[in-house]
Design a protein around this ligand. Sequence first.
Ligand code: UD1
Ligand code: CA
Length: 448
Amino acid sequence: MPISLIILAAGQGTRMNSDLPKVLHKVAGAPLLIHAMAAGAALGPERTVIVAGHGAEAVTKAALDFDETATVVVQEEQLGTAHAVAQAAPALSGASGDAIVLYGDTPFIRAETLEAMQEARARHAIVVLGFEARDPGRYGRLITEGESLSRIVEFKDATAEERAITLCNSGVICADAALLADLVSQVGNDNVSGEYYLTDIVELARDRGLSAGIVTCAEAETMGVNTRAQLAEAEATFQARARATALEDGVTLTAPDTVHFAFNTVVGRDAIIGPNVVFGPGVTIESGAEIRAFCHLEGCHVSRGATVGPFARLRTGAELAEDVHIGNFVEIKNSVLDEGVKAGHLTYLGDAHVGAHTNIGAGTITCNYDGVFKHRTEIGRDVFIGSDTMLVAPVRVGDGAMTASGSVVTRDVEAEALAIGRAPQVVKYGFAKKFFDRLREAKAKGAR
Ligand code: UD1
Ligand code: CA
């Protein structure tokens, strides 16, 4: 059955105490909204509609960056969850099949849980995702009648007896898209908060003789983020899961608690990740590669057999082929390093291509920026770049060439040539001794 997503993301998130809309605060390098969209995307939705309000412009940009086919509708005033869904209804008109409502501030709902809800739709017109709350607090309570759900009562409107119920509403709801649109249009706001409650559709459906059912999930999945403390908690939860998954997938983590993953980090089997490694978004580490202690990586790809670090930084566009060796205090940005390249120490490679088996000496820098434009450095294969070479881009070094240590290379170097670009050495015999003797004598006489 085709499915569409409605993601509610209009709320301000006052308790975040932030200028940033709540759903754009990040967990594991991705906005909360993107976690929700990614969970829903696993169902292969026909349409995805985001309901934005506070910070709609920024929310729209983030949503479209992740999925350019998504539709964003703006809810000018936040009059309640049913009102929010009603804003999405026109964007779903003509969509066949079901719609599932998710919250943009709830990042951990698993795709499997959503699939279970989709399946339960075979038995019920409306399926609500519930959970047993350790501390039910202010959640809406699910009032059941045998296997089915008779209504949802909001905490504010609940009697003491109803408040004692621990089976709570996560907020995730699945129903036929056209039915959902029809039901939300009938929801009123005659309740303690004066809000249009999405939860009221359960009773409205029952009045039409339709049934509602419940799928339950672990409370941890339904965790919403309302405060900075909860954001930190969500980050910790994400990291704990990512570490456990990596270990299960056959990755060695020497000190798991010190490794930080991003939402989309991919690490192959038998890769080894040392202590204190941080992954920003967009990193792929192939099987058998090793990332040593204290490395920071983002937007990069490390192939089989490569070693990186300790203390290395791989930035966006760093592409390391098989058996590349990157050592300490090396930074690589937007550069492709072919098979077997070595850059062992104290180096910056930016906007460069380095051919296979080339050795980059300690202290090498690609001077890629002239203050206004960025330029490229092309280094061939089997090149020997001497220590402390400054490669002033744009510049090319041909296959099998070498540069002398300390050279400032400003012109292209032909294949198999040697480039020396440094002041010729001058040696003054006996100078050092005479120089220091004079200084020491002056000091002995009281000079300062
Ligand atoms: C809602 C549920 C409650 C459930 C709880 C789970 C209703 C009436 N209540 O309560 O049963 O236990 O979630 O967390 O649905 N939003 C909009 N526009 C609006 C109102 C809300 O986009 O006009 C968005 C919010 O930004 C948020 C989500 O919908 O992401 C839920 O809204 P919120 O006000 O937090 O609902 P609760 O009162 O917590
Ligand atoms: Ca809430």
